[in-house]
Design a protein around this ligand. Structure first.
Ligand SMILES: [Zn+2]
Length: 342
């Protein structure tokens, strides 16, 4: 089969489109013909190399996968050949206390396609039956691939970690990102007032189109000063962070008393600080979030399948042009999800 693989860590030039062995399925796995695979920042991190993490080489990237079921193993009883499906990006042991309590993203063996195992930047993939989720006929493969990781992450951040309530004020950093565009829509669905940040006029307009009540240019405006103006000096109840050190101080300054800042990433750097005097006197909560549970994936997919939430599509490339797809993300040119098609 054709696959895009890395043989060592480095820049986008390390991505090689080449022939690779077709995977054989185990009895509890299904063989999926990959039709679309969406990119995430995780792909860039794994490609560049993560300190302390060893990857078996050559390695196939790609966590967000949609396609058709070609074959099912002898122990599979639910999934049928021919189904159009997406795959839950998160995989776990299904046997430990956390998994059996429904917190599979806290499993010690939790991993993600394209991270702890080969991902979907290839034609055929062996996936455990439990990860397979059937999609409706009117959802195309590009949209199906663009959905799981960013909507699951945003849902877990807002619903589980930050305990979002209807009507609250929410600040979403970087509306153009997958998580940002998903968080805006989820918060709007719960009748929240959404303030989003984006870089440049074009992206600000798109943030408003997505449902943001207010949009702040994070390159040209002072985020927390604008938030204070919009909220009559109060600040917001919830901040959705994933940018990291570049926006962290302004994100904290934007919080109302008893506000919750929830973060799932640090794309601009991780070495941020918190002034403890503000943390205790204003009774803020600083919350970490990573992926989400499979139960939550099913919860958020209901809304995507009913078209109440919609993945924002940026651009689709053939898998052979994977380098250009990575470079588009690296240059921050995208608004929404970039997809490759094997
Ligand atoms: Zn487990």
């Amino acid at each position: 089969m054709k696959a895009a693989r890395i043989h060592r860590h480095g820049g986008s030039g390390e991505l090689v489109y080449e022939d690779a062995p077709e995977p054989a399925i185990r009895a509890d796995q299904v063989l999926v013909r990959v039709r679309a695979c969406a990119l995430n920042h995780l792909d860039l991190f794994v490609r560049a190399g993560i300190p302390g993490m060893q990857f078996a080489m050559p390695h196939i990237l790609g966590s967000d996968i949609a396609g058709e079921v070609l074959e099912t193993g002898a122990l599979c009883s639910r999934v049928r050949v021919g189904w159009r499906v997406l795959l839950s990006p998160g995989l776990s042991c299904r046997q430990c206390e956390q998994c059996l309590s429904g917190n599979d993203n806290l499993c010690r063996r939790y991993t993600v396609f394209g991270y702890g195992m080969d991902g979907g930047n290839c034609e055929f993939l062996a996936a455990p039956e439990y990860s397979v989720i059937r999609i409706p006929d009117d959802l195309d493969f590009d949209e199906a691939a663009a959905t799981p990781l960013c909507f699951l992450t945003a849902w877990h951040m807002l619903m589980n970690r930050a305990r979002l309530l209807p009507g609250e004020d929410v600040l979403v950093l970087a509306a153009s990102s997958g998580v940002g565009s998903a968080a805006i829509q989820i918060a709007r669905m719960f009748q929240c007032r959404v303030i989003a940040t984006a870089g440049g006029e074009e992206k600000l307009a798109k943030a408003r189109e997505l449902g943001a009540d207010h949009a702040i240019d994070h390159y040209r405006q002072d985020i927390s000063a604008e938030v204070r103006k919009i909220t009559a000096r109060r600040g917001v109840d919830v901040v959705v962070e994933h940018v990291g050190v570049a926006t962290w101080p302004k994100s904290l300054e934007s919080l109302a008393p008893a506000g919750r800042l929830v973060t799932c990433g640090a794309t601009t750097g991780y070495d941020a600080s918190v002034d403890l005097r503000y943390l205790f006197s204003k009774q803020w909560s600083v919350l970490g979030s990573f992926m989400g549970t499979m139960g939550e994936l099913h919860q958020v997919l209901k809304f995507v399948f009913r078209k109440q939430l919609k993945p924002v599509m940026d651009h689709a490339y053939p898998l052979s042009e994977i380098r250009a797809a990575h470079e588009r993300l690296e240059r921050k040119e995208q608004f929404g999800k970039v997809v490759v098609r094997p």
